[in-house]
Design a binder for this molecule. Structure first.
Ligand code: HEC
Length: 130
C-alpha cells in the first residue's frame, strides 16, 4: 500500500480499479439502483389494479417496446410497437435522456436524465433486474 501511495499515478489507477469501472464508461449497478429509486420508482413500481402505475421494467433491456398486452400504452408507444422497435441499450439511453424528444407523444411525464454516467448506471441496474 505504501508503495502505491508513493506513486500518484499508480494511486490513481488503484482508485479507478476500486470504483468498479464506472469511471471507465461501464455503469455501476448500485448507483443505478439508487438513481432508479430516486427518479423512476415512484411510477415504475407495480401497484396491482392501479391503471396509472407505469409498466414493469424487469427484463426491459432487449425487450420489444410496449410488451405488456394488459397495459394501456400511449398511441405513440403503440406506433413504435407496430414498427417492432426493441429496447436496445442505445434506444434506452436516448429515451432516458429525453423521453418526449425520443418518442414524441409519450405519456411518461419525465424530463430525462442528462448525465451520461447516471444513464449508464441506470442501464446497468436495468440489466441486473432481468
Ligand atoms: C411520472 C411517472 C414516470 C416516471 C418518473 C418514469 N416513468 Fe418510465 N414510463 C412511465 C409511463 C406512464 C410509461 C408508458 C409510456 C407510454 O405509454 O407512452 C413509461 C414507459 C417506460 C419505458 C418503456 C416500457 C415498455 O414497456 O415499453 C421505459 C424503458 C421507462 N419508462 C423507463 C423509465 C426510467 C429508466 C425512468 C427513470 C429514469 C422512468 N421511466 C421514469 C412513467 C414514468
Amino acid at each position: 500500500m505504501r508503495a502505491i501511495l508513493r506513486h500518484p499515478a499508480r494511486a490513481m489507477f488503484f482508485i479507478l480499479a476500486l470504483s468498479g469501472g464506472s469511471a471507465l464508461g461501464a455503469g455501476n449497478v448500485e448507483k443505478g439502483e439508487a438513481a432508479f429509486r430516486k427518479y423512476c420508482a415512484q411510477c415504475h413500481t407495480p401497484v396491482p389494479g392501479d391503471p396509472l402505475a407505469a409498466p414493469k421494467l424487469d427484463g426491459v433491456v432487449g425487450r420489444p417496446v410496449a410488451a405488456f398486452a394488459d397495459y394501456r400504452y400511449s398511441d405513440a408507444f403503440m406506433a413504435r410497437k407496430s414498427e417492432a422497435m426493441i429496447w436496445t441499450e442505445e434506444n434506452l439511453r436516448k429515451f432516458i435522456h429525453d423521453p418526449r424528444e425520443f418518442i414524441p407523444g409519450t405519456v411518461m411525464q419525465f424530463v430525462g436524465i442528462k448525465r451520461t454516467s447516471m444513464r449508464n448506471n441506470l442501464i446497468a441496474y436495468l440489466k441486473s433486474i432481468d
